[in-house]
Design a protein around this ligand. Sequence first.
Ligand SMILES: [Cu+2]
Length: 134
Amino acid sequence: MQYFIKQAAAAAAFALASSFAINGAQAGANDYQFELVSKELKAGAPSEITVRLVHKPDGKPVPDAVVFTTRLDMGPDGMEDMATPVQKLPGGEPGTYRFKAKLSMAGGWALSLAAKVQGEPDTVQGKLILKAVP
Ligand SMILES: [Cu+2]
């Protein structure tokens, strides 16, 4: 009887440790957040989009991350199929990352981003909503 209790306790402890390990991995990437620097963008013309990558626990911008966009589309306005290419621009203040895109239509656009941060094994992911004005 004693043996079975020990087994059950060990299994429970293992399950707990496993779930901690999974949460721990997510917490790493979740420590980072993308913020939109340029709030309103002009529709119809090529616009510069600047984002900032922030380490949430201390609120500091994260320089030297490899930031790439995965998609820019009008999902927020129910037009997921309406996507536009995004070009990466060099430079910018440390911790900010610049892109260029032509938002062909006024309305809400979703910019999907990913980043590789030094010392963080998980890819940081985020989605920002942009507003293109006529
Ligand atoms: Cu549209």
